[in-house]
Design a protein around this ligand. Structure first.
Ligand code: 5AD
Length: 341
């Protein structure tokens, strides 16, 4: 089974065959390939959800602009730095600032925050997940010291993309952003939801082919989960097993990628995250946002923000990872192609 050289129809065939349960052969292959570059390590990132204001109206997302039921918040520079301090003391060496597309943080403000973090914590990586921006803005973020950028492509099919997003948004611009970020020297993360409304197995094969083309350093994959205040409230959540299959296939196609066992995966199933690790995932991103605000960053219903999703549970998380034969690692955990020596 040479997954690396498969075309769309062949990948679709593999996806269909492993739709209800990832085969042992597939899982074993993914598990072994992960070991090649990262051994048995699982890297930790502290996730800071800096703002739940968003100018976009994506049909699936709970913090879409059109949702009037969200208690909106944004963190100040001091609050963000306080999160970093807490994370640093817990041993974290990557901070991920994620937020809706909130114009309150203009380039000057954002760059000031990035450089403050890099000044204080020069041994840490800063990852941004702030959506679509001009190349010039990305460049300023990079010059201010940002190392990595997460921007899921969501779906690699133009037709499917249009069914998930309002007219103003396009897959073309999404892809342009990803290529701009790559060109500027960021470690780039793409990714998609599994089981989003109208998604076909062919779409998933297209997602894999797009990843193969883009060659991102990171890939975020999680099941779609409905949110009651969105147009997709009536749709079913994506399935655990299909998500695991997509994680395993991604690991096989991109042996060096950093692949989180996502919060959404941990939300749909009690041991979803462990299954993700067994399928080749090697990153975990516990929540480092101010505790009282975590509930307000609800992209989907029942989003886990306590227990193992919380940075306060890092010891538990670490124990669980040990029990499946892996080991939590607190270093920056750069992609192997980006390690300076
Ligand atoms: N279910 C699962 N994932 C979602 N995201 C947004 N809304 C949902 C949802 N309802 C994901 C998107 C986005 C990431 C931050 O969260 O893929 O890129």
């Amino acid at each position: 089974m040479d997954i690396l050289s498969m075309n769309k129809a062949e990948l679709k065939g593999i996806i269909v065959a492993n739709k209800f349960e990832a085969s042992k052969a597939l899982l074993d292959e993914a598990f072994e390939i992960r070991k090649l570059y990262y051994g048995n390590k699982v890297y930790v990132r502290g996730l800071i959800e800096i703002s739940n204001y968003c100018r976009n109206n994506c049909f699936y997302c709970g913090i879409r602009k059109g949702n009037g039921n969200v208690n909106r918040y944004r963190l100040t520079e001091d609050e963000i730095l306080l999160c970093c301090k807490k994370g640093y003391e817990l041993g974290l060496r990557t901070f991920v600032m994620q937020g809706g597309e909130d114009e309150f943080y203009d380039d000057d403000k954002m760059c000031r925050i990035i450089s403050s973090i890099k000044d204080k914590y020069s041994d840490c990586a800063v990852t941004l997940s702030l959506g679509e921006k001009d190349k010039e803005t990305y460049k300023r973020y990079k010059n201010a010291g940002a190392d990595r950028y997460l921007l899921r492509h969501e779906t690699a099919s133009v037709k499917h993309y249009k069914k998930l997003h309002p007219r103003e948004m396009s897959l073309e611009n999404r892809k342009k952003c990803l290529y701009d970020l790559k060109e500027l020297g960021f470690q780039v993360g793409a990714g998609f939801m599994v089981g989003s409304p109208f998604q076909t197995e062919e779409n998933l094969a297209e997602d894999l082919l797009f990843l193969k083309e883009l060659q991102p350093q990171m890939v975020g994959i999680g099941p779609f989960i409905p949110h009651c205040d969105t147009p997709f409230r009536e749709y079913e959540a994506g399935a655990l097993e299909l998500t695991i299959t997509m994680v395993a296939l991604t690991r096989i196609l991109l042996p060096k990628c950093l692949l989180p066992a996502t919060t959404a995966l941990g939300t749909i199933s009690k041991n979803g995250r462990e299954k993700g690790f067994m399928a080749g995932a090697n990153v975990v991103m516990p929540n480092l946002s101010p505790t009282e605000l975590r509930k307000d960053y609800a992209l989907y219903n029942d989003k886990a923000y306590t227990g193992d999703e919380a940075v306060e549970s890092i010891k538990n998380i670490s124990e669980k990872i040990k029990r499946i034969g892996l080991e939590i690692d607190f270093s920056r955990g750069d992609n192997v192609d980006f390690v300076e020596n």
